[in-house]
Design a protein around this ligand. Structure first.
Ligand code: ZN
Length: 493
């Protein structure tokens, strides 16, 4: 079976035996999208990149293999390579003002795009880029071999290009992006701002996007209850072992099919939570590109929404895939860029667990973001003397099943109105292990905790203080899950 569509290859190659695969990638796409904190400008930037991809998909005189999420691959005869590069550049700078793009190209023999690469020595690309190995290119994983070659060339191009931030002296900067010179005054509900022409276009596109998709007009609209006046929920999802899946792909058709399946699962999961929780005009999806998803949601429902979303996303396992998620809520006063970066930090925390695990499991890390001065992933000391040290961790990754077990425990506590007992326990763990044990025992006997967990020793060992190791021979380290459970109950509204 031919790696790329043979008919299409014939059409673009004409008499030439040499073909170029051109690929493009929008530089720092997320930084571009979150350049300004204005929600419409954010949604507009995202839409502008989508529209650019669609414009590339319509370049019918060439063979467009893929163009989605700000990256794409186009095949043309090599004598038109320069022309195609110029076309992509022109379209990009016209449609995505203020953005940057990298375009790279690699030439192949037509036969290699049909039957696979037999001799990798033809490609003088350093083998050490990003750990990509050019071994065993026997045409068996033919599509992924070509994919590796063009992505290593893309990385080489990216390392060469050094985007210069334009320097404008003595001009008023745009008050939204802070980069380009302001060119007009825009009337916002809460006052006038001097903005640049790029941001003006972003806002126009953002308004269109919000109307088309039924998104919230303002952050304040992302609200279902009193709590949502001060808090905003967020969920970020990222697929774990995509590289693994793609490295086994043999044809471009198979690539298209697999990425289509992933896209369908993600889209139907979004649709599901929007319907179940009645989120129309009460949510935003600033990033939704292929395998990457970032949603902003009513904080009061974010845990319940996550339950539904993650159960729907679990069907990824049928494709041999799993996901990592960053979950949380943030004070509404935080800049959106900061909320996004916190979600990113939580995702990498969850991904650390995914990489360390040998099972194809889903992972999550969560946090309540109330101040913009700290990393969402923290470890802190509750008590320390020469013999013992009590610590706690927040924002660390865990398996989804662990998360739901702990959530079920918090639910039991809540149903029995026993959350205050957690707070009482919290004051006990700021003491030496043995003393904490005595105090927790004492309070346990005088509470209704046996309705939730029968045995005080089990409660103590599982949640209050668990030995996690020792710093020296003499000094033991105990971890407390109590601050974590309190954080979870806070997140759950
Ligand atoms: Zn601007």
């Amino acid at each position: 079976m031919s790696i790329f569509d043979e008919e299409k290859l014939k059409l673009v190659s004409g008499n030439s035996n040499e073909l170029s695969i051109l690929s493009y990638d929008v530089n720092s796409i997320q930084r571009y999208i979150f350049q300004s904190s204005n929600i419409k400008a954010i949604m507009g930037s995202s839409k502008m990149i989508d529209e650019f991809d669609k414009e590339i998909q319509n370049m019918k005189e060439f063979y467009v293999v893929t163009a989605v999420g700000g990256t794409g691959m186009i095949i043309a005869s090599s004598d038109r390579e320069v022309e195609v590069k110029e076309m992509i550049k022109d379209k990009f700078y016209k449609m995505v003002p203020g953005g940057e793009i990298t375009i790279s190209s690699v030439r192949f023999k037509r036969d290699e795009l049909i039957n696979g690469i037999k001799n990798e020595k033809n490609y003088k690309i350093p083998a050490d880029i990003a750990g990509i190995k050019f071994e065993n290119m026997d045409g068996k994983n033919s599509y992924s071999d070509i994919f590796k070659i063009i992505s290593s060339e893309m990385q080489r191009q990216k390392s060469l290009n050094n985007p210069k931030t334009p320097l404008f002296e003595d001009v008023q900067r745009c008050e939204l992006c802070g980069v380009m010179p302001a060119s007009s005054i825009y009337h916002f509900a809460d006052g006038d701002l001097h903005i640049c022409s790029a941001c003006e276009l972003k806002i126009k596109k953002g308004n269109e996007k919000i109307r088309e998709e039924g998104y919230a007009e303002e952050l304040a609209d992302i609200s279902l209850s009193e709590m949502d006046k001060n808090w905003i929920g967020f969920i970020k999802v990222d697929i774990n072992n995509l590289g693994n899946l793609y490295s086994k792909i043999k044809t471009s058709k198979e690539f298209e099919q697999k990425s289509g399946e992933i896209e369908d699962i993600i889209q139907s999961s979004i649709n599901k939570v929007v319907n179940v929780f009645n989120l129309r005009n009460k949510y935003l999806v600033p990033i939704h590109g292929g395998d990457d998803l970032f949603m902003m949601l009513p904080a009061s429902k974010v845990v319940d929404i996550f339950k539904t979303l993650s159960s729907s996303l679990s069907s990824l396992s049928e494709m041999g895939l799993s996901f990592s998620a960053g979950l949380g809520m943030s004070n509404v006063k935080m800049p959106i860029k900061f909320i996004f970066e916190s979600a990113e930090a939580l995702i990498s925390s969850a991904k650390k667990c995914a990489y360390a695990s040998d099972k194809n499991e889903n992972f999550v890390a969560f946090k309540v973001i109330s101040s913009n001065s700290i990393d969402p992933v923290t470890e802190d000391v509750l008590y320390e003397d020469e013999k013992t040290k009590n610590i706690y961790k927040l924002g660390f990754g865990m398996s989804l099943s662990q998360f739901f077990d702990d959530l079920a425990f918090v639910e039991k506590l809540r149903n029995q109105k026993l959350i205050p007992f957690l707070q009482k326990t919290y004051s006990c763990v700021k003491d030496r292990y043995e003393v904490a044990g005595l105090n927790v025992n004492y309070f346990f006997a005088r509470s209704r905790m046996e309705k939730v967990i029968e045995d005080p020793i089990q409660y103590f060992n599982k949640f209050v203080l668990t030995e996690t190791g020792s710093e020296t021979d003499e000094k033991k380290v105990y971890e407390s899950k109590i601050p974590y459970l309190l954080e979870l109950s806070r997140l759950w509204g």
